[in-house]
Write a protein that binds this ligand. Structure first.
Ligand SMILES: [Zn+2]
Ligand SMILES: [Zn+2]
Length: 350
């Protein structure tokens, strides 16, 4: 089976903490490596995660606050140093072009590799993709221009060989049925629906730095995995509103109402030492909610594989056990978090 997983490189908002790096998420989707919001230190987090930076094929920036983009300079220079030959597109809100240009040209390096800029308009809609995957971006509601991303694959019709055989349909007739949707055969009309099933394509959503807004629901619609900011707890919802962020409760409302399958909460404020509080709150509304942890890997299944648990390798065996317990597609346990150790020197203000 092709590799599909989300490698979390960092989960901290605004500033890194002892246990959380700035943002960074690598979605491995078959042969693709989609890097989202590389904050400061992302290049080193790749090493800790035991993943090569050269596996990156596309980069997505939601907005140009430092915790979502300061790692871009290092990643681009590393791709150049490693002389990658495959194209790498970088998606970002078009109004942030000046920051993109600065980051790509942040210091002196041998430009053996050039990323392909894909500025995203703030109007919302399809911004890229190929024959199989479609990339959409929608504006969010933050202090600066911000977009969320949604990536989904095509539904595929699969014929059922035993049904075709029972009806005596084979060879070119199958092609005709595929093209035309129905055929006349042996005195009967045979429709495609009778002899096939549709494998629904997987969908992934990435929602960062926003107040709760309609486009959160659009992005998360029927997604198999929604990665959503959850900077504050519901107790601090007033602060969340004034800083233009979401709470764990709001993220859960989005996942629930959008019909999502799994919700991964992240972008935690430094004021919370233990990230389990976010998933506890979210599960009151949406049971399949999890708090992301740095360097953990989360399965991103094809829909029909949703009941299959994957075991992933991690750098640290002890951490691996915790990570596996931390995210199960169905019914995760409330396992201890690496963030449990109180961060005594964390300032209270965000
Ligand atoms: Zn942020
Ligand atoms: Zn921000």
């Amino acid at each position: 089976m092709s590799l599909r997983e989300l490698v979390v490189l960092g989960t901290s908002s605004q500033v890194p903490t002892r246990h959380r790096n700035h943002n960074g998420y690598l979605l491995r989707w078959d042969g693709e490596g989609f890097l989202f919001d590389p904050g400061e230190g992302t290049q080193r987090q790749f090493i800790y995660a035991n993943v090569s930076v050269t596996s990156v094929t596309k980069i997505f920036i939601t907005h140009f606050h430092g915790d979502h983009c300061l790692g871009l300079a290092g990643i681009i220079q590393r791709l150049s140093l490693d002389r990658v030959t495959h194209p790498v597109e970088v998606y970002f809100p078009e109004t942030g072009r000046v920051y993109y240009d600065r980051l790509v040209n942040a210091s002196i390096y041998a430009k053996a590799f050039r990323p392909i800029a894909r500025p995203v308009p703030l109007s919302g809609g399809i911004v890229g993709g190929d024959g199989n995957l479609t990339i959409e971006a929608y504006p969010l509601n933050h202090a600066v221009d911000t977009v969320g991303y949604r990536i989904y694959e095509k539904d595929v019709t699969r014929f059922l060989p035993e049904k075709l055989k029972a009806l005596g349909v084979s060879g070119p007739l199958v092609g005709k049925l595929q093209r035309e949707g129905a055929i006349e055969w042996d005195g009967k009309t045979i429709t495609k629906d009778q002899v096939s099933w549709v494998r629904r394509g997987a969908a992934f959503s990435f929602i960062m730095d926003t107040r709760l807004t309609d486009n959160c629901f659009e992005l998360a619609k029927n997604a198999d995995l929604v990665v959503c900011e959850s900077t504050f707890t519901k107790e601090d919802s007033k602060i969340a509103h004034s800083y233009m962020h979401m709470t764990s409760e709001q993220a859960a409302i989005v996942a629930d109402q959008a019909g999502a399958k799994n919700l991964l909460l992240t972008h935690f404020s430094q004021r919370y030492a233990d990230s389990r509080i976010f998933r506890r709150e979210a599960r009151e509304i949406f049971p399949d909610a999890y708090s992301a942890r740095d360097l953990a890997r989360y399965p991103f299944h094809r829909p029909e594989d949703a009941v299959r648990e994957e075991t992933q390798k991690s750098v640290d065996d002890k951490v691996e056990v915790k990570q596996d317990a931390a995210f199960k597609v169905r019914g995760a346990e409330d396992s201890p978090s690496a963030d449990e150790t109180p961060v005594k020197d964390a300032p209270a203000k965000d």
